[in-house]
Design a protein around this ligand. Structure first.
Ligand code: GAL
Ligand code: CA
Length: 352
């Protein structure tokens, strides 16, 4: 730190005290700003937990977009809704002109609005969609995310297509049906609920029979998914014909478990699908350990969140100068896309 300070003084002869102060406080984890110029409008933001694979990419996109435009005060809510509410209090006390909130509990949107609305502070919720009725209750509340059901439908289409092409090998008990296990995200999360429902429904709609061997939540988390999968492999062994995961983190966790059980070597194979198309999953698709994923566009969701929050902080129309549109529930919805070996590059490009 001492060296760094000196370097700053030497290299920037007109270095403002702001820069130096920034250097000194950069180790605090609760307020990790990408742009700390106090002359820029202050935007307060929370991520439900930094320790979430997909959200770390959204966070990076937010920081990139914020540079030079806003003073982004970014907090790790550490998966604790009470902590997040305290963080919002602090952000408002620090003069945030708008808020970008990734809720811990999707049901807590009203609590946040109750704090922001009396002070006329706009709120951009992102990633975890609040109930439409809650957004309606405050004209300065918006959502940036996706259409949750779309990811389920696309995942189902991908499963059906892959199954049709490979069922001679994959239908191990030759009953024409897919015996699957499903790793679910956080219960009550609109993405987890919709993906679970629509992935399976879409496969059925394509005329393919399914049988659920097991389904449980692993809370979007790779380690928890490995534990679940270990238990299922022990219980069902080669009865399992497909692993459906609500996100890539859990798909990767399942693959780790399957590898321990001897899958992906010799002719022992298990089809696994996820959602997000994070770089770690793209690698698995590339080396044949994952059938595919559904791109959840972290970059554009992070970018849109900051663009709307910046406009709001500047008292402008939230869409001013952007490429986005709001639907009738005041939401910007970034589209999903199927990613398999055939279009891997599109996934890679999205995360660059
Ligand atoms: C989902 C994403 C998951 C997880 C979750 C957190 O959209 O697919 O991987 O990050 O958001 O809310
Ligand atoms: Ca079967």
């Amino acid at each position: 730190m001492g060296k760094m300070k000196k370097g700053l003084i030497l290299s920037l002869s007109v270095a403002s005290s702001i820069l130096l102060a920034t250097g000194c406080s950069s180790s605090t984890s609760s307020s990790e700003s990408s742009s700390k110029d106090s002359k820029l409008p202050a935007v307060g933001a929370t991520i439900y937990k930094f320790d979430d694979n997909f959200m770390s990419y959204v966070r990076r996109a937010m920081q990139d977009e914020a540079k030079g435009k806003i003073n982004l005060m970014l907090n790790d809510s550490q998966n604790d809704q009470a902590k997040q509410i305290e963080q919002v209090d602090t952000l408002i006390a620090k003069g945030a002109k708008s808020l970008a909130i990734n809720l811990v509990d999707p049901k807590s949107a009203q609590t946040i609005i109750d704090k922001a609305k009396p002070k006329d502070i706009p709120v951009i919720f992102f990633n975890k969609e609040p109930d439409a009725s809650v957004l309606k209750g405050y004209d300065k509340a918006y959502f940036v995310g996706t259409t949750s059901s779309e990811s389920g439908v696309l995942q189902g289409e991908m499963i059906a297509k892959a199954w049709e092409a490979n069922k001679d090998k994959w239908d191990k008990n030759h009953d024409g049906k897919i015996q699957y296990v499903l790793l679910k995200g956080e219960p009550g999360h609109p993405d987890a609920e919709a993906r679970t429902k629509y992935a399976v429904e879409t496969v059925k709609d394509k005329g393919i029979g399914v049988e659920e061997l097991a389904m449980d939540t692993a809370m979007w988390d790779a380690t928890k998914a490995t534990e679940k999968m270990d238990a299922w492999v022990a219980k069902y062994s080669d009865k399992i014909e497909f692993v459906i995961a609500n996100n890539d983190g859990m798909a990767l966790g399942a693959i780790a478990s399957l590898e321990k059980a001897g899958y992906f070597s010799g002719d022992k194979f298990m089809p696994v699908v996820g959602v997000d198309a994070i770089p770690e999953a793209l690698e698995m698709i590339e080396n044949g350990k994952m059938v595919g994923s559904v791109l959840n566009d972290a970059k554009n969701q992070g970018k849109a969140t900051i663009q709307l929050a910046t406009n709001a902080a500047n008292g402008k129309d939230v869409l001013d100068g952007t490429e986005w549109k709001l639907d009738d529930s005041k939401a910007v919805r970034v589209p999903y896309k199927i990613i398999t070996k055939d279009n891997l590059q599109e996934g890679k490009d999205a995360y660059q």
